[in-house]
Design a protein around this ligand. Structure first.
Ligand code: ACO
Length: 415
């Protein structure tokens, strides 16, 4: 014991902050959140304004490069993203190796890691380091060859997601069509069954665009932190994004939208809501889609998503789970247990209802979160690579509470 205490004090003050409740690990210019007031801004722009007037791709540019694009910049950016969205045909072999019932998030995670093996830049051990050096040496604002990693990753996200979707249905893969918007092209790749004239509903494409915009970034959540933690070793961005996908997959994070629908199905009808809420208060159940580490009031994205749901229902018809969701929302928002703990709807409470109404299978919901979030991860990756003074590897410390020094005992002498 004496030896441990001596070592600990030698290294100075160490703070134990389980779950990073109070630890800031970066300074950032990307996303601002005021969790008490329910404020969310991307690069200073309120999320409500962007959802109303911008598009997912324009917002992606804003998040990555810091300013809204000019017409010319947008044109080039859109062209690049759409051009690089076609997946190499060898990628198909990877998708075919999965079992028919594989979870699409596992497929997507593997597909991003696989991309790292396909492009020679990513195979370079010092890929990110080289990018950093090029920028430091000022060789071009965006060193084209080396930036391919992050560009390909964001371009191919929808294509890989659509492939993960279709392989489980035994359907042929569809090449991204020309002339459609980012989200309309995604819907086309998912749903196209061979008819020449098929075009996705513009209302549904717009709704998906709004959802993508709202999911594009949310500062240092678990998955973004994972991407940065992974990138701090200067690994290639494909591998870092694969790590981010794995983190997002969990039910406490990006898997919550799927968990909300499973919860609503298990509740069964609006009449069963009060009993369910009581079970939550007895800690026998979790109210998925409620609560947030940062928001201590309603997540501002959830207001926009609730409105978007009504637009979608005009096309698809109302989801039968809507009444149960509304009852659950109203009871929880007026119950002392939830008020005292400042638990309110987060981004996932209503989004699942939209995805369900649009006909997506439940286990595809986290993929619909991951695709736009790739943009936020890459914005943070870029910011990290460009930070003055270079990248410092993330190496948290622990408080060791195990045994102090012990001597080895031969097996025959152990009791
Ligand atoms: N249902 C019931 N009780 C809850 C819930 C919930 N959804 N969330 C938190 N609580 C309770 C906790 O039990 C705790 O109660 P206590 O103080 O009496 O012990 C209190 O509220 C504080 O909650 P913590 O778990 O400490 O909050 P934390 O910040 O660690 O967790 C989290 C945040 C993981 C989001 C949590 O609220 C949760 O599990 N929510 C449900 C899952 C979900 O919707 N996740 C999506 C989050 S948003 C996103 O990732 C996109």
């Amino acid at each position: 014991q004496g030896e441990r205490e001596e070592n600990e004090t030698e290294r100075g003050l160490r703070v134990a902050d389980k779950g990073f409740l109070n630890t800031a690990v970066i300074t950032s210019e990307i996303t601002y959140i005021d969790g008490e007031k329910g404020v969310l801004r991307y690069r200073g722009y309120p999320i409500e304004q962007l959802a109303l007037d911008s598009s997912f791709l324009e917002t992606a540019y804003l998040l990555i490069y810091g300013n809204l694009p000019t017409k010319e910049q947008y044109h080039v950016f859109e062209g690049e993203v759409m051009h690089h969205s076609i997946a190499h045909q060898d990628t198909e072999g990877l998708f075919r190796a999965f079992r028919y019932d594989a979870h699409p998030m596992s497929i997507l995670t593997s597909a991003f890691a696989y991309l790292g093996s396909m492009y020679s830049e990513a195979r370079c051990f010092h890929f990110s380091h080289a990018l950093l050096k090029m920028i430091e040496l000022n060789i071009g604002h965006r060193p084209t060859r080396l930036c391919k990693g992050s560009r390909y990753t964001r371009s191919k996200a929808t294509t890989l997601a659509a492939m993960a979707y279709r392989i489980r249905q035994g359907r042929k893969f569809v090449t991204p069509p020309a002339g459609l918007s980012y989200t309309a092209s995604f819907l086309y790749q998912l749903d196209h069954l061979g008819e020449e004239s098929y075009t996705p509903s513009p209302i549904l494409a717009k709704a998906l665009d709004v959802l993508f915009l709202l999911h594009a970034d949310h500062e240092l959540n678990a998955s973004c932190t994972t991407v940065l933690q992974t990138s701090s070793s200067l690994v290639d961005p494909y591998s870092a994004v694969a790590a981010g996908c794995a983190s997002l997959y969990g039910p406490l994070h990006g898997g919550a939208n799927e968990a909300v629908i499973r919860m609503l199905i298990s509740i069964g009808s609006p009449d069963n809501v009060p009993a369910f809420v009581e079970a939550v208060k007895r800690r026998e159940k979790v109210l998925s889609g409620f609560g947030h580490r940062v928001y201590k009031t309603t997540d501002p994205r959830s207001f926009i998503i609730r409105k978007t749901a009504d637009e979608v229902f005009k096309v698809t018809g109302k989801d039968e789970l809507l009444e149960t969701a509304m009852r659950l929302h109203d009871i929880a928002m007026n119950d002392e247990y939830f008020i005292k703990r400042k638990l309110a709807p987060n981004v996932d409470f209503w989004s699942g209802l939209i995805y369900r109404a649009m006909g997506f299978p439940l286990d595809f919901f986290p993929v619909l979160f991951a695709v736009p979030r790739v943009v936020g991860w890459l914005a943070h990756w870029r910011q990290m690579m460009l930070q003055p003074g270079g990248v410092k590897i993330w190496r948290p410390r622990q408080i060791y509470v195990g045994p102090t020094r012990r001597d080895y005992i031969p097996m025959e002498d152990r009791v």
